[in-house]
Design a protein around this ligand. Sequence first.
Ligand SMILES: NC(=O)C1=CN([C@@H]2O[C@H](COP(=O)(O)OP(=O)(O)OC[C@H]3O[C@@H](n4cnc5c(N)ncnc54)[C@H](O)[C@@H]3O)[C@@H](O)[C@H]2O)C=CC1
Ligand SMILES: O=C(O)CCC(=O)C(=O)O
Length: 529
Amino acid sequence: MFKVLVSDPISDLGIQKLVDAEDVVVEKKPGLSEDELVAIIGEYDALLVRSQTRVTARVMEAGKSLKVVGRAGVGVDNIDLEAATQRGIIVINAPDGNTITTCEHTFAMMMAVARHIPQAYLKTVGGEWDRKSFVGVELRGKILGVLGMGRIGSEVAKRAKAFGMEIWGYDPFLTEERAEKLGIRLSSVDDIVRNADFMTVHTPLTPETRHMISRPQFEVMKKGMRIVNCARGGIIDEHALVEAADQGIVAGAAFDVFESEPPAADHPFLKHPKIIVTPHLGASTVEAQENVAIDVSEQVLNILRDKPFINAVNMPPIPANVLSILQPYFSLSEKLGSFVSQLIEGAVEEINVTYAGDLSEVDTQPLTRYIVRGVLSHHLGADQVNVVNSMHLAKERHVNIVVNSLHAARDFTNSITVTLRSKVATRQVIGTMLTGYGPRIVQIDRFTVDVAPEGNLILVSHNDKPGIIGSVGTLLGDNGVNIAAMQVGRELQGGSAIMVLTVDKIAHQDVIAKLVQLPDLNKAKEIKL
Ligand SMILES: NC(=O)C1=CN([C@@H]2O[C@H](COP(=O)(O)OP(=O)(O)OC[C@H]3O[C@@H](n4cnc5c(N)ncnc54)[C@H](O)[C@@H]3O)[C@@H](O)[C@H]2O)C=CC1
Ligand SMILES: O=C(O)CCC(=O)C(=O)O
């Protein structure tokens, strides 16, 4: 039974799938301090958070069974990713579920700042009828600078066009073609601060984006700029902004996020007549909270059940088109790694992988992670190695990983060759996906075979002589081991040969020892996949 801790308020409807899962127990404990979390996290396999819970290195260390931290939202700045990666804890987020909601909040803030809505509301409910102080500006015809043209920034740009705004965008990944497609002007930060009437930021907070709008930018900024930050506190320097508002450079600002949340009671934004604020509400709609909770719950369930998953933050993302090609190979890759690691003698020094055929044309890094996981799991334990930490663990153990690709795959559309080298041996296995038959091991060392990579296998090496197959079958049968499938591979008639037996249950070691006593039988090895 997997235990999942939900430590922030997350939509009940969104986590229903987890609650309903027969192999999962969900416990909700919002508002825990770091110490409280450290004290209990050891019991849980998964942790679900929004932005309040700080998942620190201490929490990760105490999370002895923790496999995954799921962030119901985009930003993972409350999670120590480095510590998670080192411990093989997968961190996933839900990047798509709150895009529209946050974009709409940005618009609400932009319009509120353009028309002084919060200030006018306060006066009106206070009994004053003041129509002179709140003359606003139109959005139509104004230049909107968008810093960060990712998911949210792009949606903001689309809607701003409907308001008749001219959009200038900056993003290190924004190409001329994409800008043209979006109907926006590709600009620099400097162009935007000098020319825009409105500016909105939609980047993550990184060392590069921290204070990307600060005193030097305010000094050259177009007078009367209105600024919105619904991304992360700290992208715009708060002190420099207050100065610029006091100097009349900034006509208005709308902030949903703060450098430190919640802001101190004497934070200068809270009393400033030109600055309006919301308490990090960008993603707070019923729809978004449901969406992100559903997305993250599904992926957490996949991870707990050892199924393929998406949106891991501490692994390189796999584009959807590549994922659809690679996904069928995940399990095969891991099994090839596991198979060959059970054959090799001596400490593995090199894992050499060759992708051939169609697989040579896509980024196969994710498959390599599965192969390395398969190799290392045999020695380090399947619960200690996953696709997040497998490469890190291999590097830590000075295992050299060599990856090659070959355009043509001999006899197959695709193949994966995994070769392990130690000081004393080199062993190899080749696998493929056979249309209509699924994954297959098609070569073991120099012997051609056709074996389904699953279950309990016995690999026998022997001399190709009449009667061997019968004697192996009889011995196993006499010892209650039922053979489900058998494959024989040989180089030459009468030469060395191998036999791969798929058996219904693991044979006792003494049965394997008896096998090796049979005439012309050289070795027998059990392999569990
Ligand atoms: N207020 C709230 O409740 C919410 C806030 N957010 C925040 O909004 C921000 C944007 O989210 P998404 O659009 O989903 O992320 P995204 O990853 O789709 O887009 C971020 C973009 O910023 C760009 N970027 C990175 N460094 C940059 C730089 N120096 N200058 C300009 N652009 C740069 C990236 O290339 C990327 O295209 C994130 O910080 C996220 O945490 C997201 C949802 C809700
Ligand atoms: O969970 C929340 O409400 C915060 C959302 C957010 O900031 C994000 O997804 O990056």
